[in-house]
Ligand binder design. Structure first.
Ligand code: SF4
Ligand code: SF4
Length: 404
């Protein structure tokens, strides 16, 4: 990344935006292949999205790297990402005011973005009515300042804390989405998950509904999702990967890279090289991060140096990283301590820089479910993790970190 890019300020970016840079090049229409056209200087071209992929059967082509930022408070970062060729944004009702912040650039730039939002996870139960889902969609449209969203997802399927598999088999869900599609409120519907039972729920949805999009948590360290991704591809269901760098922020291996490349770019390239993924939703929290991530677009080939770095990274983190979508320890604790949730909160705390958020999530657990009880426990969870995590010691550490 060049020094000039590192030093870019929000003020200078906004100045350039008003000069009309944002309007150049991108047109969003079904079947269009005119995305990511070359613009401006050679330096700018270096930082542009270079890969656009068909998005399932939707007829759209989306940037291989897409924009996420739960809690975003300023739309200029999204506009900057759009300038770089990103045309897909992922948000959710749960992401604080992110829907409203995105809405600040509409209606002017509405046609340049594929917008996917997710309805509240707790909305979806066996008792949920079509009307409740329709109301939730309307509320999201209002916050987004638009009269339609491109993708509308059930947030967090495969989460046993929210209910068993019957939760997403409620016919009201599918009926409500179909009606919203007919009414032009949503273009496509789907489901997201990083929960322990995500494979089971995604498989059911793929086999029993006309779902358009799935959004699984996966990365360099996860295993076991490939068959469900292949099934999605065979049915022309779009796949958006998330949590692709969720273990990456703790250790920066970039000093082992060359030519200013970063280890995180290696992780993105690895993801882009996996079959059956259409785009990767990445949390981007600064202009520098947008540039860093966009520079990995287009070419998934890993250099031998990148492969070495990723292997070193994997061996260092493997015994410490709790994988999304894993249910190995789900039944291991006789006290029903939610191991995977607490380890995820720890990840938010240590790796995402979201300390308050992580502590708030942990504080909301009932006292008897907290890891405070692990200290005096015989540790029946030992050996249950297929990746070799020492669960008890990790939970005791998590309790210390996440408690005021
Ligand atoms: S140490 Fe004990 S209480 Fe803690 S997760 Fe393991 S089995 Fe449950
Ligand atoms: S601790 Fe291990 S077994 Fe439990 S969810 Fe995490 S990765 Fe899976």
């Amino acid at each position: 990344m060049g020094e000039s890019k590192k030093r870019i300020s929000r003020r200078s970016f906004l100045g350039r935006s008003t000069a009309g840079i944002l309007g150049a090049g991108l047109g969003l229409s079904a079947g269009s292949d005119a995305w990511g056209q070359d613009r401006t200087s050679a330096d700018d071209r270096k930082q542009m999205i270079r890969g656009y992929r068909p998005f399932g059967r939707t007829g759209y082509k989306v940037s291989d790297i897409s924009f996420g930022n739960a809690g975003m408070q300023d739309c200029s970062l999204l506009e900057y990402a759009m300038e770089r060729g990103i045309n897909y944004v992922d948000t959710a009702r749960q992401y604080y005011d992110m829907e409203k912040v995105i809405g600040q650039i509409f209606p002017q730039k509405r046609g340049k973005l594929f917008v996917t939002t997710k309805l509240e996870p707790e909305l979806f139960t066996t008792e949920t009515t079509e009307q409740q889902i329709q109301t939730a969609i309307e509320e999201s449209l209002k916050r987004l300042n638009t009269d339609y969203v491109d993708g509308c997802l059930v947030h967090s399927v495969g989460d046993p804390n929210l209910g068993g598999p019957e939760r997403i088999r409620n016919p009201a869900i599918i009926n409500a989405f179909l009606k919203a599609k007919k009414a032009g409120k949503i273009r496509f519907w789907g489901a997201s998950s990083h929960g322990p039972k995500m494979v089971e729920d995604f498989e059911w949805l793929l086999d029993n509904t006309d779902i358009d999009i799935i959004m699984p948590g996966m990365n360099f360290l996860t295993k076991g999702l490939e068959p469900v991704l292949a099934r999605a591809r065979s049915k022309k269901v779009a796949v958006v990967a998330m949590k692709s760098m969720s273990a990456a922020k703790k250790i920066d291996y970039s000093k082992y890279m060359k030519d200013g490349r970063t280890a995180r770019q290696g992780l993105i390239k690895w993801m882009l090289g996996q079959p059956n993924i259409d785009t990767i939703s990445i949390s981007m929290r600064s202009f520098e991060e947008v540039d860093e991530f966009v520079a990995a677009s287009g070419d998934p080939r890993l250099s031998s140096r990148e492969k070495k770095v990723l292997n070193g990274y994997a061996s260092l983190l493997s015994g410490d990283y709790c994988r999304p979508g894993c249910d190995g320890c789900l039944e291991a604790c006789p006290h029903r301590v939610p191991i995977h949730d607490i380890l995820r909160y720890r990840l938010y705390f240590n790796n995402y820089g979201r300390e308050k958020y992580a502590m708030g999530l942990y504080a909301s657990l009932p006292e008897e479910k907290k890891a405070s009880r692990c200290s005096d426990c015989a540790g029946q969870c030992a050996g249950s993790c297929p990746y070799g995590l020492e669960i008890k010691s990790r939970l005791i550490m998590a309790h210390g970190e996440l408690t005021v």
